[in-house]
Design a binder for this molecule. Structure first.
Ligand code: PLP
Length: 391
């Protein structure tokens, strides 16, 4: 059973900051994170202000809507999160938007090749499929194992595939369907040596694992902020390295469409947007920094490690998350022989009000362990899985 450590008291207090119903256990942060109360309040307060006092908006000061102004302070906090300059950060609605800005915005020629993996989320691959069909590109999705055995396997697969026509590598930092943390730094270094543009899908990383775009050496990196960072749904970002920014046209053009002094602002222009959601993002960033990104990561990682360790007690368990510890964090994907993801998902809910997410017939369920989860909730999951495994 889980060990009680001094830390547990602290994390129980953190859990109190969330509005999650104590009768239910939420294990699906990989789809959407839960907002802390202060984030929720900030959104609602701003929405109320707009509903009641919009007549006070005189256009001299800050806007009451998002989409037109640079919101430099908020972009600065995202820049701090990923270790970039503020002008390299655009605010987007989500990861999907970030990917489309890059795939649509790069000038590529018929016959040029884009490399990805066969384990992409639609939000990481469809922009490339569209571009390939429209412009005659070759979009090759390289097969990776599930579970991936080692970082070396991924590096070798990508390195071997790079050829004279390869122009772009577009891969996830964390794989959506297994939780594998890919060796992005090594792949970007090899791509840079060959002049290949790299874009990393970080939908699952912000608020979960460390993102240091300088250290990773990628040219672009996009992510969602409504999953592990716990901002309200509809918040994402796109990082574009300043040296590479002139290569990327904006997809949505408004007044700043040609602003090359602040490329992040250029790529954030999207017409009238919901500023209340952006206020929620601002609050979620503050919450994350106050807890401390490293402390958050350590908690997520120890919960994930504990879950993976205990899963091994279950007869017939199949774990699709890598066994190598450096390739794992807070997402674990598993199935029990003879069962389906829908069955496991529904039984965990029926018997214990536990909510992971079904990944279908083969891959079972995806269980995300975030700071509002506990070792005790994992113990309860394991008890029910043992009942299911024994029929
Ligand atoms: C790896 C990956 N990429 C992209 C996405 C799409 O994210 P969003 O719906 O926030 O655009 C997801 C969502 O789960 C994901 O896991």
């Amino acid at each position: 059973m889980a060990k009680e450590t001094g830390d547990e008291k602290f994390w129980r207090q953190v859990r109190q900051e969330f509005m999650l119903d104590p009768q239910m256990t939420f294990f699906n942060t990989g789809t959407l994170g839960a907002m802390p109360r202060r984030v929720f309040d900030r959104v609602v307060d701003h929405l109320r202000l707009c509903a009641e006092k919009i007549a006070e908006w005189d256009y001299y000061g800050a806007d009451w809507i998002a989409g037109y102004q640079p919101w430099t302070e908020i972009r600065g906090k995202v820049a701090r999160l990923i270790n970039s300059e503020v002008t390299e950060v655009a605010l987007t609605e989500n990861a999907t938007a970030g990917m489309n800005y890059i795939s649509n915005g790069l000038d590529l020629q018929p016959g040029d090749e884009v490399l990805g993996t066969d384990q992409e989320h639609p939000g990481g691959e469809c922009g490339w499929k569209l571009k390939a069909k429209r412009c005659g590109l070759a979009y090759r999705q390289l097969a990776l194992d599930k579970p991936i055995q080692s970082p070396g396997e991924v590096i070798e697969t990508l390195t071997r595939a790079m050829g004279p026509r390869t122009r772009v590598i577009a891969i996830p930092h964390i794989v959506t369907g297994s939780g594998a943390v890919l060796p992005v730094k090594e792949i970007c270094a090899e791509a840079a040596r060959r002049g290949v543009f790299t874009v990393i899908d970080g939908a699952q990383t912000a608020g979960q694992i460390k993102i240091d775009v300088r250290e990773l050496g990628c040219d672009a990196y996009y992510g969602s902020l409504h999953k592990w960072l716990c901002a309200p749904a509809g918040n994402g970002f796109l990082y574009l390295k300043k040296e590479k920014a002139p290569r990327v046209w904006t997809t949505l053009a408004s007044t700043q469409w040609d602003n090359h002094e602040d490329d992040g602002f250029r790529l954030s222009q999207r017409g009238t947007g919901n500023l209340s959601l952006l206020m929620g993002l601002d609050e979620a960033l503050d919450f994350h920094f106050e807890l401390g990104p490293e402390r958050v990561y350590n908690r997520i990682k120890s919960l994930g490690d504990y879950l993976r360790m205990r899963l091994k007690e279950i007869p017939g368990i199949k774990i699709f998350t890598p066994l190598e510890s450096s390739m794992t964090a807070g997402i674990t994907v598993y199935n029990i022989e003879g069962l389906t993801g829908d069955f496991i998902q529904d039984e965990l809910w029926r018997r214990g009000r536990l909510r992971p997410r079904s990944m279908g017939d083969i891959y079972g369920v995806r269980q995300s362990t975030h700071i509002y989860n506990s070792f005790e909730e994992i113990d309860r999951t394991i008890s029910i899985l043992k009942e299911l495994a024994s029929g």
